[in-house]
Write a protein that binds this ligand. Structure first.
Ligand code: F6R
Length: 368
């Protein structure tokens, strides 16, 4: 059943190339995006003036990636909110708000309550879900399915990648419908997105380095994760994975926030993962993150750096460099998280923990 892996989580991590390919499959026709399930009238999609993404946990981290993509491509103000906070805060939602509910299970009660609240205010709701026939897509105006297959391990991995890929599809679809991007721009973006499954496989094929690192770090008591832009939600997700399955204190930060407080945590030997954006994207973004690596290293941190192939600027300040293939800054979110998933899974396995059924957690949280 586990296909030769120690856990369902390990198996699901290694299924991610196929999972993302399955999310993308059949959605591009003659260079244009087709989302057949999207039965919300295009005129409604053209009239929306705000998007609110509601989700919990890992799905909320996927939503945080979506914000960068949707605002960049569609120029629609996009907020990402934990569903339980949204619901109890009297949020401003109108008929011109598009609410995007992300949920692997489609049964998370907090997210469902947020969907109901949004619809009562007249908002249109699109659900991004993995489980057909589940409650959230049934109650939404439209549903986009991830098609990543059943996820058994409590800690979400392949559904996270499917959620991000589905968010990209939604963002590009909105840009197409609203005319924010030219058809050739959308085709070029989709062509790069379709390379991602092969690139995921490359990251998985080189997992031995991270697995060794995880076994060596079994006794760690605190690990920090830093990133900017989509590296920020990646840092949050890396920290969440380590907390939930390895029971290690972990925190994800926006790297720019360091000097506003968290850098005080750094002392000799503190492990810090840093997610570095592509040096071929915005230069200032890349150089800021390289400076952040330098800053924590100068205070004694052990720097574990996830960087694109050929990015040599990180070498002087990295204790360990984990390589990922080159892609667009936005799409890197589908690659850079994988070493972090493998790290947590391998570390928890080495500690002898129940990786698939971590203590105190349930796969689907159907109570508020
Ligand atoms: C973490 C994890 C949880 C879920 C969250 C939402 O690995 O699995 O944080 O992401 O409970 O679940 P869904 O996506 O089913 O709504």
């Amino acid at each position: 059943q586990k296909g030769g892996f120690d856990s369902f989580m390990a198996k699901e991590i290694h299924e991610q190339a196929r999972a993302v390919a399955d999310t993308l499959r059949g959605r591009l026709e003659d260079g244009a995006l087709r989302l057949d399930e999207m039965d919300i009238d295009p005129s409604v999609l053209r009239s929306i003036d705000k998007i609110v993404v509601v989700a919990c946990g890992t799905a909320a981290n996927a939503g945080a990636v979506a914000k960068y993509a949707i605002e960049h491509w569609c120029r629609i103000p996009t907020e990402v909110e934990l569903a339980h906070e949204f619901r109890y805060r009297d949020p401003v939602v109108t008929e011109k708000t598009l609410v995007v509910a992300i949920s692997q299970s489609g049964e998370t009660m907090d997210t469902l309550m947020a969907v109901r609240h949004a619809r009562e205010q007249g908002a249109k709701v699109i659900a991004l879900c993995n489980t057909r026939g589940s409650t959230i897509p049934r109650e939404a105006d439209a549903a986009l399915y991830l098609h990543v297959g059943p996820e058994i391990a409590v800690a979400s991995t392949k559904a996270y990648l499917g959620q991000i890929a589905a968010c990209y599809l939604l963002g590009l679809f909105l840009a197409q419908v609203r005319g924010n991007l030219y058809p050739d721009e959308i085709a070029a973006l989709m062509a790069d997105l379709e390379q991602i499954p092969d690139q995921i496989q490359q990251v998985l094929d080189s997992s031995a380095q991270v697995e060794q690192l995880a076994r060596d770090m079994q006794d760690a008591t605190s690990v920090l994760f830093l990133g900017r832009h989509v590296g920020y939600p990646t840092a949050m997700e890396g920290a969440l994975k380590l907390k939930e399955i390895a029971y290690i204190h972990a925190e994800g930060f926006a790297a720019g926030e360091l000097k506003h407080g968290p850098i005080a945590l750094v002392e000799e030997g503190q492990p810090v993962f840093v997610i570095v954006p592509s040096p071929n994207g915005r230069h200032s973004l890349h150089s800021k993150v390289v400076s952040n690596i330098q800053e924590v290293r100068a205070r004694g941190a052990r720097t574990l750096v996830i960087a694109e192939e050929g990015d040599d600027a990180v070498l002087p300040f990295a204790d360990e460099v984990i390589r990922v293939p080159a892609t667009r800054t936005l799409f890197a979110a589908l690659l850079t998280v994988i070493p972090l998933q493998i790290f947590s899974c391998e570390l928890a396995t080495a500690k002898g923990l129940d990786v698939d059924q971590p203590r105190n957690l349930a796969k689907s949280v159907t109570v508020e």
